[in-house]
Structure formats: structure tokens, C-alpha cells
Design a protein around this ligand. Structure first.
Ligand code: ASP
Ligand code: MG
Length: 400
């Protein structure tokens, strides 16, 4: 097999850990696989470099930032290649440029445009392990670019796609994706297989294991992704096409996001253009609105409620006060969003009613509801959110 293995910052956090990664790569080589490794910078390194730049300027040039930040990943790629060669596994470190990763020229937030895989292929054919510095590429005019924070995941998926790899393993410090947060529900289980779409829902609901853009790219390029820990030998979670999952439970997991706040506008005039004005002003100010509920109007006025991330509440508050679009405004940050996610929902009825009954039995009031094809989200009082998670987790058969 051709395997792409990506190691995150904590997995290469010090020299000893880089040595452990080398042993892991060597093991895959001994098993007969071709291996391309993509590495992050040692943990904390990128933040340290950002801090260095800020010592001189609050607005450093993005082009120079890319030259600076890309150095973190170069350090780890070179060290790992040196360690591997010393262990008797010839390895070659490649910068983004040398790996043929071409991006647009949006410095610090570049998008990968194409990958010229010639160099990687010819070195693989010689039996070498390739160690690519993640998070970086090269613009058409030859300057270094970086892909945005957390971008090494994206490098790994793109490289796996460009080489048509059999598998892309993302190594972190957690074992995989769980049916829910084990700190809230000790009965949570690790999920063996999950679809791209479910993973995207989990990621946008706050599961920080994988960068969202990398899951989107994996789906587009049809790359089989595995997330697992570099600190043990446990099997991780496979993220793959829905068709590859034979037995789909109705609900594959329960997610909770406590970092939510709600704004309620009462007495909003019920005429065209009001919602457009409210939400375009919020968008212009980079407030991320999630759930929106508008009631049926009465006497030419209506009520409107929506949620925003808690740390954007102050900004949203100011905007709402300035817009003066409602007779009354209410703000509540003691709420949480609890969601159930599962592709199996598409073909089953009664999933939502079961969720509502489950919360009713626990006497938990549902304050807002929103659904998609594979997700049901409910806003509840934050103090009941963990109880809600446990109750919902109990109410459905999850992956085993
Ligand atoms: N080192 C970069 C960051 O900290 C990229 C990555 O680790 O994925 O954002
Ligand atoms: Mg990362």
C-alpha cells in the first residue's frame, strides 16, 4: 500500500517524540508499505514565530509571515528524515516547493491549486521515505505560501490525493472520533467508520480532531482518512464514503457546543428587507450566525431569534443596538447547542420525535430546534446540556 501519514504538533513536540514517530514510520516500511510523511511544526512553534513577528509589528506583511511560519514545518521534516536515515531507512525531506505543492497567492491563507507529483513519485520509486513539510506551498511566482492555521492536515490530504494513496492517516493525541465526549458520558465509544458528511457536521459542531477544510478535500478527492493516536497502537476512526459503511446506525453521535449565545428580537417590523439588513450587517462584521428562527408575524410585527458563538456576542449586541431593528432585545449566553448526527436519519422516521421525547422525559426544555438531512440540533439551558447529552446518547443505538 501507499500510505500518507501526517503527524501533528504534539506528536512531534520534542526530539524524543520525533524519534518515536521515526519508529512508527519504520514499522510501516518494514511491513512493506510505501510511506509519505507530512509533518506539522513542533507544538507551540508556530505560535512562537507569530509572537516574534508581533514584537516588531502589529501588521506584519503576509508574504514575510509565510517565510517565517513555514520554517517550523521545515525543522521537523528535516529532523525526521535525518532520524529515519540513521535508522537505516533512507529518507528525503521536501519543502512544499520541492514536493510540488502549488497554491494561489493569498499569503497566510493560500489554497492549493495543483500538485506536481513527479519528484515525490520518482523518490518513492527509489524506495525512499518522503517527509513533506506540511502547511506550505509555493505560489506561481515562486514565493512561499502557507495554508492557514491547522493547514498540515490539508497538505496531507492533498498529497494523498495527488499520489492516489490507499490511505491517509492523521496522527494526533486522541484515539479517534467518539460517539460523544467521554468526559461527559463515560459510555461513549470510539467510532470505527464514519462518513465524510457526518465528520463535517461533527467538526463544525466543535470536534477539533480534524480541520474542516481537510475533510471537505478528502471527500472531494475520495481519500480514505484515518484519525488515530501516535501515542498508542489503538485503531483509529476511518472517515470514508457513505457507501463504504455497511451497517449504518440511525444516529452516529451526539455533539454539544456550550460556546453559544442567543439573541432574541421582539417586535421586529414584518416587512421585506429587515432580515436581510440584520444578517448582512452581522456578516459584514464577521459575526457567525448559526440557528435562526422567525415566528409567524402578527399585527405587522414578528419575533426573531438566532444564535452566535459566545465570544462574538458583545460584537453582535453592539450591532443590534445600533441597528435598532426591534422594540425589545434579549441576550442569553447560558445556552448550549446539543445535536445528534447520523446519515441513517435520512431513511428513518421518528428520529426527531424520539429526541424531543427523550429531553421531555428529563424535563429539559427545548428552546430552539434546527435540522438538516443528517443532523438535529436543539438549544437547551447550558446547565442541562450534559444531562441532555447523556440522555440522547442512551436513546439511540450507536456504532459499536
Ligand atoms: N503549524 C501550523 C499551525 O500550528 C500548521 C499545523 O500544525 O497544521 O497552525
Ligand atoms: Mg493541527
Amino acid at each position: 500500500m501507499l500510505i500518507v501519514q501526517k503527524y501533528g504538533g504534539t506528536s512531534v513536540g520534542d526530539l524524543e517524540r520525533i524519534g518515536n514517530v521515526a519508529s512508527r514510520v519504520a514499522k510501516a516500511k518494514k511491513e512493506g508499505h510505501d510511506v509519505v510523511v507530512v509533518v506539522s511544526a513542533m507544538s507551540g512553534e508556530t505560535n512562537k514565530l507569530v509572537g516574534y513577528a508581533q514584537h516588531f509589528s502589529e501588521t506584519p506583511s503576509a508574504r514575510e509571515m509565510d517565510i517565517l511560519l513555514s520554517s517550523g514545518e521545515r525543522v521537523t521534516s528535516a529532523l525526521l528524515a535525518i532520524a529515519l536515515s540513521e535508522m537505516g531507512f533512507p529518507a528525503l525531506a521536501l519543502t512544499g516547493r520541492q514536493a510540488g505543492i502549488y497554491t494561489d497567492d493569498v499569503h497566510t491563507m493560500a489554497r492549493i491549486e495543483h500538485i506536481d507529483n513527479t519528484k515525490m513519485k520518482s523518490e518513492l520509486a527509489k524506495g525512499k521515505v518522503i517527509v513533506v513539510a506540511g502547511f506550505q506551498g509555493i505560489t506561481e511566482d515562486g514565493t512561499v505560501s502557507t495554508l492557514g492555521r491547522g493547514g498540515s492536515d490539508l497538505s496531507a490530504v492533498a498529497v494523498a490525493g495527488a499520489l492516489n494513496a490507499d490511505l491517509c492517516e492523521i496522527y494526533t493525541d486522541v484515539d479517534g472520533i467518539y460517539t460523544t465526549d467521554p468526559r461527559i458520558e463515560p459510555k461513549a465509544k470510539k467510532i470505527e467508520k464514519i462518513s465524510y458528511d457526518e465528520m463535517l457536521e461533527f467538526a463544525s459542531l466543535g470536534a477539533k480532531v480534524l480541520q474542516n477544510r481537510s475533510v471537505e478535500l478528502a471527500k472531494k478527492l475520495n481519500v480514505n482518512l484515518v484519525t488515530r493516536s501516535s501515542f498508542n497502537d489503538n485503531e483509529g476512526t476511518l472517515i470514508t464514503k457513505e457507501e463504504n459503511i455497511m451497517e449504518k446506525p440511525i444516529v452516529s453521535g451526539v455533539a454539544v457546543d456550550k460556546n453559544q449565545a442567543r439573541i432574541t428580537l421582539r417586535g421586529v417590523s414584518d416587512k421585506p428587507g429587515i432580515a436581510a439588513e440584520i444578517f448582512s450587517t452581522l456578516a459584514k462584521n464577521n459575526v457567525n450566525v448559526d440557528m435562526i428562527i422567525q415566528n409567524v408575524g402578527e399585527d405587522s410585527s414578528t419575533n426573531l431569534g438566532f444564535t452566535v458563538p459566545e465570544n462574538e456576542l458583545e460584537k453582535a449586541k453592539e450591532i443590534m443596538l445600533e441597528l435598532n431593528a426591534a422594540a425589545h432585545l434579549e441576550f442569553d449566553s447560558d445556552i448550549a447547542k446539543v445535536s445528534i448526527v447520523g446519515v441513517g436519519m435520512k431513511s428513518h422516521s421518528g428520529v426527531a420525535s424520539r429526541a424531543f421525547e427523550t429531553l421531555a422525559k428529563e424535563n429539559i426544555n427545548i428552546e430552539m430546534i434546527s435540522t438538516s438531512e443528517i443532523k438535529i440540533s436543539m438549544v437547551v439551558a447550558e446547565k442541562y446540556s450534559e444531562l441532555a447529552v447523556r440522555a440522547l446518547h442512551n436513546a439511540y443505538e450507536m456504532y459499536k
